[in-house]
Design a protein around this ligand. Structure first.
Ligand code: NDP
Length: 293
């Protein structure tokens, strides 16, 4: 079994991005600037945003965090998005999800100017990705593809089973794994909560991507010998072994599954750090106007 070490790979990519930012500014380009809007005080969301800010600092990208209380109105958030759309110093904008129930996520996502949509959630970016046109790729699927690429995992002609069909992970990663290209060229099956023979389908997967949010769901008997397993899941679970009283758990029963795998990502230290560097990469691309002029 080999570990797909997202933490190490992401550290390497951060160095590369820092160099690219330096080259860009030395040539007279502007310093990239990422803005993040966060609504409410969900501890997980606050942690994710603080990790993103820290990563920006490390590579020389400026960042701003705009914080709203839980009871902020949809109109207030929309107005802020529009203000940032018009602010030429800000190159990339993310709105941390989930938003409180009274705010329409799709309305907010569609209001972000697609040229600044470094999360890759705007329908223009989603549509362009599906059409094989240059676009901002959503950070988690982008990070997974980069991890596969850097570890030279063969994906062509392989059966890739994806468990989860969300707009931010399952569906886009299915698209990228099945596209013409390397990594890509896989034959993809998407599973979800209504899939009737999920265990059997998983067993036929050369590559399994678990993105459900159900700790330890993928068991040893669901994975074939030599499979590549990518665990996207991050759930806070209680633990008596940590000072905080909780730990992060993935969707894969790691200890039981790992011995059967050719490659597997750990949680934490797998997909999570790759997601953050993909966001940095997108922000730099937005600043350099690599995708939209
Ligand atoms: P969603 O809740 O949006 O989607 C979960 C998907 O899993 C749904 O399609 C759901 O099916 C499916 N699912 C849930 N339970 C089962 C089950 N028992 N059997 C089969 N399918 C099931 O989650 P996200 O895609 O946003 O996130 C998934 C996980 O990945 C979470 O733990 C999240 O925290 C983590 N995550 C990690 C990131 C990282 O950087 N590492 C980034 C983003 C997310 P249905 O559609 O039928 O309801």
């Amino acid at each position: 079994m080999n570990l797909l070490n997202g933490k190490e790979t992401a550290a390497q990519i951060r160095q590369e991005i820092a160099q690219k930012v330096k080259d860009h500014t030395e040539k007279g380009g502007k310093t990239p600037h990422l803005a993040a809007i966060i609504v409410g005080s969900d501890p997980a969301s606050e942690t994710y945003v603080s990790h993103k800010v820290k990563a920006c600092n490390e590579v020389g990208i400026n960042s701003s965090v705009i914080k709203f209380d839980d009871d902020a109105t949809e109109q207030e958030v929309l107005e802020k998005v529009e203000e940032i759309n018009e602010n030429s110093d800000i190159d990339g904008l993310i709105v941390q999800l989930p938003l409180p129930g009274h705010i329409s996520e799709s309305k907010i996502i569609e209001t972000v100017r697609y040229q600044k949509d470094v999360d890759g959630f705007h329908p223009v970016n989603v549509g362009r990705m599906f059409s094989g046109l240059p676009s901002f790729l959503p950070a988690t699927p982008y990070g997974i593809m980069e991890l596969l690429r850097r570890y030279k995992i063969e994906t062509s002609g392989k059966h890739c089973v994806i468990v989860g069909r969300s707009n931010i992970v399952g569906k886009p990663v299915a698209m990228l794994m099945s596209r013409k290209g390397e990594p890509g060229n896989s034959t993809v099956t998407i599973c979800h909560s209504r899939t009737s023979n999920l265990e059997e389908i998983c067993r036929s997967g050369d590559i399994i991507i678990a993105a459900m949010g159900s700790p330890g769901f993928v068991k040893q008997n669901m994975v074939k010998e030599g499979a590549v397993v990518i665990d996207v899941g991050i759930t806070r679970v209680k633990s008596d072994k940590t000072k905080s009283g909780w730990k992060l758990a993935g969707d894969v029963d790691f200890d039981a599954v790992a011995p059967k795998c050719s490659f597997i990502t750990p949680v934490p230290g797998g997909v999570g750090p790759m997601t953050i560097v993909s966001l940095l990469e997108n922000t730099l691309r937005a600043t350099a106007k690599e995708i939209y002029s």
